[in-house]
Design a protein around this ligand. Structure first.
Ligand SMILES: [Zn+2]
Length: 370
């Protein structure tokens, strides 16, 4: 049951950590840091405090008897980061050197999991059917909260959302296996619907807060798709309720909404190349091998061939502006290959910031929450 889950998921850190106990509201936050960084422990703690405070304010919930954040470096400086959320705690493995957007995002994301799903009840099949909501809506809100905390500017936020829309548009499967990528866009759509239908008096926040309140009142209530849809449905008209059901249950394609109530941002359609690795990404990750190269791809043109053993790889997944770099073992010896992973060009909805308005009258462009 849920209560046992919480015990099992408690995070314990031991060993060579510098342990800091600081205030968070009127409660305490413990930050355990290991390794050398380009930022001081104090700088890291200040960032962590700021992000966690924004989250607690969002949830109107300061009821954490303790909270532990653990920071430790990967063995290899790979530049990537990863985190895992536990009950009242999470740890961050960092590969980079600075408190970049990626790190702030991880903090906001992992912090959000303390409520979604951990304070929303029990998930019956953890990691299977309900993951779309727990994961996708957390991805959406991590950026929203960084914007509200002032850690992302509005144009930066818009660019993050645009990238998620591009990820969605270039994802070959728009249901089931890719439910998380779809769910982020469902969250965007749902937020816009609720704002529009309530004349901007309410937002998706209301749905999230209701789910967390129910989970606090009854920790054994099940967090199911059905319950999420029921709560969300209260804030939607009949047509939108039906649409939401089709988006979640049938994987219907999500209409990208107008940006909620902001005179400085408009929705436009752009012709953009989709991200296309050109060969099988799963085999690359699992076996360090090239397989399934398509002859019409940039990868093929650059010399990537089936059967090559991959000795080194650098891919910015979803980003066509950064080259893919491969070192492979081929028949002729070791080869370095570089290409831009551009696939076919498609029409993609993207938000555009009115640069002039943003520069001259930024106060008019402030994101309106409710
Ligand atoms: Zn997550």
């Amino acid at each position: 049951t849920g209560l046992w889950n919480r015990v099992n998921e408690a995070l314990f850190a031991g060993g060579d950590f510098r342990v800091h106990r600081v205030a968070l509201g009127n409660q305490s936050l413990v930050v355990a840091i290991r390794g050398k960084w380009s930022f001081t422990d104090e700088e890291a703690i200040a960032q962590i405090q700021k992000i966690l405070e924004v989250e607690r304010e969002f949830w109107h919930d300061h009821d954490f008897p303790y909270y532990l954040v653990t920071l430790k470096p990967y063995g290899v400086r790979s530049g990537s980061s990863d985190g895992s959320a536990f009950t009242n705690a999470f740890w961050l493995y960092l590969g980079g050197d600075s408190f970049s957007y990626d790190v702030q995002y991880l903090l906001a994301h992992e912090g959000f999991h303390a409520w979604n799903p951990h304070r929303m009840g029990v998930m019956k099949e953890l990691g299977v059917s309900e993951k779309w909501f727990a994961e996708g809506f957390t991805v959406y809100y991590a950026d929203v909260l960084l914007l509200r905390a002032g850690l992302l500017s509005l144009p930066e936020y818009v660019e993050r959302v645009n990238r998620r829309i591009r990820d969605y548009e270039s994802s070959p499967v728009k249901n089931l296996t890719n439910k998380e990528i779809v769910a982020r866009i469902v969250a965007l759509w749902l937020d816009a619907q609720i704002r529009e239908q309530s004349k901007n008096k309410l937002s998706l926040d209301a749905v999230m807060l209701t789910l967390a309140r129910q989970g606090t009142e009854n920790p054994l209530v099940e967090l199911s798709s059905e319950r999420v849809l029921r709560v969300a449905g209260k804030y939607l008209n009949r047509t939108s309720r039906k649409t939401l059901l089709r988006l979640v249950e049938e994987g219907a394609s999500v209409p990208i909404p107008d940006f909620p109530k902001n005179p400085c941002i408009r929705l436009a359609t752009e012709e953009l190349p989709l991200f296309d690795l050109g060969f099988d990404g799963d085999v690359l990750r699992s076996k360090k091998l090239v397989a399934g190269v398509r002859e019409d791809s940039e990868a093929f043109k650059a010399g990537v061939r089936d059967g090559q053993e991959v000795l080194g790889v650098s891919v910015n997944w979803g980003d066509v502006s950064k080259p893919v770099r491969l070192t492979v073992r081929a028949v002729s010896g070791q080869l370095r290959i570089e290409y831009f992973p551009k696939g076919k060009t498609v029409s993609v909805p993207q938000y555009r910031t009115d640069e002039e308005a943003w520069t001259l009258t930024p106060e008019r462009c402030t994101f309106q929450f409710n």
